[in-house]
Design a protein around this ligand. Structure first.
Ligand code: G3I
Length: 365
């Protein structure tokens, strides 16, 4: 396929050379901190986005925006079971391979998402009828997928969303084919298998809904810490916690509890990644200026709380542009207006959220 006109590096160089501060000179890359120490350029916290292979293949402006802005990409669906493993004895790597090639071509890092999840499983997995079968399928899937991309994927969301909505403790795991047949053992099995197959990849446990005030969120933080501690106590390999960071305007950030939670993660010697940041705006005012300002303010408050305690190894949003976002699938606006949860608008112009993210990356570089 013939595509893009410049590489990310060239784009960034041209931005610096021209003194422009944003995507295609449209704005942004605003900084609130010092990006350079002496003559050495500072190493910013890597920014990345979830991507869609189909859109990358057909929408050249989107493709160019990804190349221009992302140090990291993560497939939104192409490395999940339904895409990779559509039938029991069938793997399909076409779309995942295309993304790995795209990342290599543009010297962008690619994260893997995800190996052990309750959600979005292909129908055939309902046929898994015994513990031995389940272990064979889970281990076999990880061996096949992780070995194929060994050396290409330096970080995997091995375990995604293990906890139920309102957990009592670390064993309150979401019902899935894995918990049905393997119980809580599915987590160490997945982590150990990934580590065995690619000893160099970083193993991430990815979770959501841990940042707010209220008993449910407190229960989630507590259960997650218990789970992480029990993995550590059993010498199960794990390098990082992914904070998905799907943020909501109608919830109150529990700054103190979030920071205490992050200190506990740091005490467990685990890294933190922000893996799926977006701001769900379905109940915000229609006015675009007001809405974008609220989205940016919510992200700013959250990132400030996080960055005061830990410096995430990476900061990814779940999509780069409002043109392609999962949000309306679940959180459509009552007024019918399109959602605006991401750093670039549907026309690929940077929004205030973009500047907020860029500011944190620079301030804490
Ligand atoms: O690919 C099929 C297509 O063949 C079919 O015709 C079409 C009809 O509905 O569905 C297509 O699959 C959809 C898939 O996205 C690809 O577009 C699924 O129905 C749909 O459920 C799936 O949604 C994804 C969801 O995870 C479930 O896998 C979202 O795009 C994706 O943004 C979302 O991502 C999750 C993260 O993995 C974990 N954290 C939360 C985040 C947001 O929900």
């Amino acid at each position: 396929m013939t595509i893009k006109t410049h590489t990310r590096r060239e784009f960034l160089a041209s931005v610096v050379a021209s003194g422009a501060t944003g995507l295609s000179g449209m704005s942004a890359f605003a900084t609130s901190g010092t990006a350079a120490r002496g003559s050495e350029p500072a190493r910013l916290i890597p920014y990345g986005s979830a991507v869609r292979a189909g859109a990358l293949a057909t929408d050249m402006a989107y493709r160019q925006a990804i190349v221009a802005n992302c140090d990291i990409i993560v497939p939104e669906g192409e490395m999940k079971w339904p895409d990779l493993h559509p039938a029991r004895n069938k793997f399909d790597f076409e779309k995942a391979d295309a993304l790995v090639d795209f990342a290599r071509q543009h010297k962008i890092e690619i994260r893997g998402h995800t190996l052990a999840w309750y959600g979005g499983m292909p129908d055939w997995t309902n046929e898994i009828a015994s513990r031995a079968d389940a272990e064979e399928e889970l281990v076999g899937h990880i061996e096949t997928v992780v070995s194929r991309y060994r050396g290409d994927i330096p970080s995997w969301d091995v375990v995604n969303e293990p906890l139920i909505d309102w957990p009592e403790d670390a064993n309150s795991l979401r019902p899935s084919i894995w918990t049905r047949q393997l119980g809580p053992d599915y987590i160490p099995i997945a982590l150990k298998t990934t580590a065995r197959v690619d000893p160099t990849t970083r193993l991430v446990l990815n979770e959501y809904d841990i940042e707010y005030k209220g008993d449910r969120f407190a229960a989630r933080r507590k259960a997650l810490i218990q789970l992480l501690r029990s993995l550590r106590d059993r010498d199960v390999p794990l390098h990082a916690v992914g904070l998905q960071s799907h943020l909501f305007g109608d919830r109150a950030l529990d700054r103190d509890a979030l920071q205490a939670f992050l200190r506990e993660i740091a005490a467990l010697k685990l890294d933190v990644l922000i893996t799926e940041l977006d701001v769900i705006d379905y109940e915000f005012p229609a006015d675009i200026g007001e809405r974008d300002a609220r989205v940016a303010a919510i992200a700013r408050d959250y990132l400030e709380a996080v960055f005061e305690v830990v410096h995430p190894k990476a900061l990814l949003t779940w999509g780069l542009t409002d043109r392609y976002t999962w949000v309306p699938t679940w959180f459509k606006r009552a007024d019918g207006l399109p959602n605006r949860p991401l750093p670039l608008d549907a026309g690929l112009k940077p929004k205030p959220l973009f500047d907020v993210i860029e500011g944190f990356r620079r301030k804490f570089a």
